[in-house]
Write a protein that binds this ligand. Sequence first.
Ligand code: ATP
Length: 399
Amino acid sequence: MKIGIYGGTFNPPHLGHMTSARLAMEMLGLDRLLFVPAAIPPHKALPEGSPSPEDRLAMTVIAADSLLLRDKVAVDDLELRREGKSFTVDTLRQFREEYPGDELWFLMGSDMLFSLPDWHLPEEICALAGLAAFARSEGDEPERMEVQAEQLRADYGARVTVLRLPEVVEVSSTRLRAQLAGGEGAEFLPPSVYGYILRMGLYGTHKDLRHLTDAELRACSLSMVYAKRHAHILGVEEEAVRLARRWGADEELARRAGILHDCTKYLELEQQLQICDEYGIVLDDLERISVKLLHSKTGAALARHLYGQPEEICQAIFWHTTGKADMTRLEKIIYLADYMEPNRDFPGVEELRKLCYEDLDAALQMGLEMSIEELRERGVPIHRNTQGALEWLLEHRKG
Ligand code: ATP
């Protein structure tokens, strides 16, 4: 197996790291890539006011997840768990022990390639792993890097590859930290990492979470869920706005409800129950044991209490999973957008999509009936509010 190791302080992890990691992975044909955040980097002090190691780890996990390669890419916190300075040689020794028969590649930007002779025990580093170096900026000349590679081969018997990545993102964490403090730099970060920074108020951002722009709110929401869910959330936002336009509902409310509707989707049952406790959400027996039902309640609670959203949005999130009797137009829109946004694919979805733009109540009825049918087939109990929504609609549409 070919394993890549990408070390750094990741303070914060940015698109330069992620783009180079993805491309290097392809070019080297890696089976696995491990990001390794350093505890105390030997070659530079962490600047004052840097986030805690836990926050750097969390940001690196979110950034790695944004590559959408979960079976291949992971974050290893071995340097954070180790005492003292994070010498690369110690890390590679540990990996060598863990993966005795595998091919190790240490990934690095050009700056690291040039400074390698000054590191602790460079010769041993070169014996433990191959070095894969790439440019950090357009100005980095591959010819100069090749000369350095040749020198490392001669001095230490290093196995070095200079990768000419087809894309370079010119950014450094140092520059980003300064930009973030001044309210800029989001475009150099995976949106979910930016959202985490905003939620935690890192790097001097200190935004009032109750008055975020759409882009900031979206980033916060994405930072709370696995990246595999991002396309769905963006799809619901897009579909909800379209439906609001079609049916004369408030597009901005629809957008924000779409953005936040699944923000607590991946919280564990225990965390969900804690939020319910904190905000006095009363649960019935079925809700108490089902994360799937709980996330709409807890999502609504965070929309209200953390993100300061208006009541219509919170209600639309609250009812988006079960539905209920006598729903508002916005509640119907979010329920249906969740059901048939562009990424959804199931038998009947095209028909449902069409109906959503012809007759909202007929579409809601169809959605509820399909949902009840599917739950029955899976032997899952049907929530009384879903049943109630359908009964109300049948009665109402008759009259
Ligand atoms: P700082 O500005 O704080 O020095 P940094 O942006 O260099 O941070 P690190 O976490 O220290 O980030 O870097 C980890 C690794 O990522 C190093 O090998 C570095 O060369 C590489 N790297 C950093 N930025 C880029 C970039 N824009 N493109 C490619 N590689 C990069």
